[in-house]
Design a protein around this ligand. Structure first.
Ligand code: FEO
Ligand code: CA
Ligand code: CA
Length: 617
């Protein structure tokens, strides 16, 4: 049996749980707390470890009974001949090309066999101050630019089981780096569109690279989905004369100068010279990790926006559904439904599923009780709901390229920065982290039922149940799993206190990473403010919680080192090892993580239970 078959089996085992367990409906929505000392939830049977306090230490801390160790860090070699990591930033672009990338974010594991796994990891962005020897934020040469471009993208790394846990195998034939310069193809409705044609590519169907790879998804046919998020950070104008940011570009937030300065040394990123290159990013890209020679494919049917992750779900009728968030203030939640059904074992058929289907945007209407309501999915289909030539749409391809504009015209609900979406395998309920939105309540972004707080600094986790528990349904009911806040500062009557499952000891801001384990525990990570003062008093460094979706109880499981984000979650097939990413430790210049490193390094953490048991049990 091929290795791909193994990975399919584990995906199906997780999905299959759905059919055997009834939805635990009737959970009462969490109101804002009436009394912060009184727990409004039943005690969870799912959670067995003791919650840990918040932390301001420059270290990973984890619940008692567990251990966390570094599996791999930025700059570690992926191949037998990779250069060693130099802690003074002196590694070259060629070195970085064969080393583990920077800012590891979303990731998945694929099973080769019982003792071998493929870890596929996104590298979101360069930590320029540590990447370059000169310590500056901007590239200063062509070599700097190539190094920066080699630090992002994706790593494929084989892991082997050992007595001490999983270890990287640098001799594996599967190991691979995909960067901002790796050739990729474009498929789906926008392939070949005039707005995807550039000087380098008259076909509008071949593009170099992927970057801003935030979170991810995993298909049942054994492929990995990487999501291009803040791609605008890489584009800018090398000169000011006569340059202009078009309305279409402005919708994706681009500024005149890029964040890293690539446009000065690589004209591909100069909007004055290559404006269409900008349209070739902001996609979900499908990668076959089992074939190191395969060309990744940008799937345009899934729309172009700042993709956070891609939660892939097999619907009861066999169609593939992909839930997706667009992480920007006032942007939307989407789902894609394939036209055709998944056929187990038919890779040729399944690998076309994400090219043909319907993209929908979510509408959240308010209900009688606060923080509840109903919702619907509006199709983004050419010729319907105002997506017509009158509004600038001449084809489905136009909708795929200008998805934000289309979603606004049809009337999607603007949200407080949708981050990860995840489906509870026990109930089919869909959850999405809405990380924060300090502009909510302004004239352009009035509060709405699902985004109810002005100047929302803390965020919320919304959830919905599709009509008939059918992921292809066009309507749903929703409520909140939690509303984050700070009970250290605000009384229960203040919306900034948060919902009843938030206490002084369990206060945090900006939920982001989100996943369910096989038993139905909800795991979420924060990417928020870590000052531990002012609005954020008592919240400490970024951290990871586990919750019981039925009772609403949450516990703090892990805290990160200084000025990092915790992100990325996956489990080995036996559920005895969990991987979590420490991303950009010391972005504020205050960390030596890991191991007193002169330059802090983003790292994958390997977490195990000391008694060898299932994580979370
Ligand atoms: Fe890359 Fe929205 O986080
Ligand atoms: Ca994120
Ligand atoms: Ca975030």
């Amino acid at each position: 049996m091929s290795s791909i078959d193994h990975s399919k089996r584990s995906f199906l085992a997780r999905s299959a749980a759905l059919s055997g367990v009834l939805f635990l409906g009737g959970i009462s929505p969490l109101a804002l707390a009436k009394n912060s000392d009184k727990k409004a939830f039943k005690i969870s049977k799912l959670l067995s470890f003791q919650s840990i306090p918040h932390s301001t230490r420059d270290a990973v801390t984890i619940a008692e009974g567990y251990s966390a160790e570094v599996l791999i860090s930025w700059g570690d070699g992926l191949f037998a001949d990779s250069a060693k990591f130099h802690s003074d930033g002196s590694n070259t672009a060629a070195d970085q090309q064969r080393q583990f990338g920077d800012s590891n974010d979303g990731m998945s594991l694929f099973e080769i066999n019982n003792d071998r796994l493929l870890l596929v990891v996104n590298h979101e962005s360069p930590n320029a101050q540590y990447l370059h020897k000169h310590g500056g934020e901007l590239v200063t040469s062509g070599e700097d630019t190539l190094k920066s471009q080699a630090s992002v993208g994706i790593s494929v790394v084989e892991l082997q089981r050992s007595q001490q846990g999983w270890r990287v195998n640098t001799a594996s034939k599967y190991n691979r780096r995909l960067t901002a310069n790796t050739p990729m193809s474009i498929s789906g409705p926008a392939k070949g569109h005039a707005q995807l044609v550039t000087k380098e590519d008259a076909s509008g169907s071949v593009v170099k690279g992927t970057f801003a790879n935030c979170s991810n998804g995993q298909t049942p046919w054994g492929t990995y989905l990487t999501c291009e998020e803040n791609f605008d950070d890489m584009f800018g104008y090398s000169s000011q004369a006569g340059d202009k940011i078009t309305d279409e570009m402005a919708l994706y937030g681009v500024a005149e100068k890029s964040q890293y300065g690539w446009e000065k040394f690589d004209s591909r990123f100069d909007l004055a010279k290559n404006p269409n290159e900008f349209n070739r990013f902001g996609w979900v890209v499908e990668i076959d990790p089992f074939d190191p020679t395969s060309t990744p494919i940008k799937r345009t049917a899934l729309g172009r926006f700042k993709h956070e992750n891609a939660a892939v779900q097999l619907a009861k009728n066999g169609k593939m559904v992909v839930y997706m968030g667009d992480d920007e203030r006032g942007e939307f939640i989407y789902k894609f439904v394939s036209d055709e059904r998944y056929k187990e074992g038919d890779d040729r058929h399944n690998r076309q599923l994400l090219d043909h289907g319907t993209l929908y945007v979510a509408v959240f209407d308010g209900g009688k009780k606060p923080h509840t309501g109903s919702g619907k999915w509006l199709p983004l289909v050419f010729g319907q709901n105002g997506l017509t030539p009158k509004n600038g749409f001449h084809s489905q391809a136009d909708i795929c390229i200008h998805t934000r504009k289309a979603a606004r015209i049809v009337g999607g609900t603007d949200m407080d920065r949708p981050e990860w979406v995840a489906v509870n395998p026990k109930t089919g309920q869909v959850f999405c982290t809405l990380t924060n939105n300090n502009k909510r309540g302004s004239d352009k972004l009035p509060v709405n039922a699902a985004n109810p707080r002005e100047k929302n600094l803390y965020g919320q986790i919304i959830r919905w149940r599709e009509q008939g528990d059918d992921h292809t349904a066009l309507s749903f009911s929703w409520d909140m799993f939690l509303i984050a806040g700070n009970p250290n500062l605000y009384p229960p009557s203040d919306p900034r206190h948060g919902s009843s499952n938030i206490t002084k000891a369990l206060s945090f801001n900006s939920p982001d990473g989100l996943a369910f384990d096989r038993d139905g525990r909800i795991w979420f990570e924060t990417d928020g403010k870590y000052s531990n003062t002012g609005d954020y008093l008592g919240q400490g460094n970024n951290q990871m919680f586990v919750g019981d979706p039925e009772t609403g109880e949450i516990r703090r499981f892990m805290t990160g080192p200084k000025s990092c984000e915790l992100t990325g979650i996956c489990w080995t097939p036996d559920d005895k090892t969990m991987l979590v990413n420490v991303q950009h430790p010391g972005e504020a210049g205050d960390s030596t993580f890991p191991n007193n490193s002169p330059r802090p390094r983003s790292s994958v953490m390997m977490i195990r239970k000391n008694d060898g048991g299932t994580i979370g049990s």
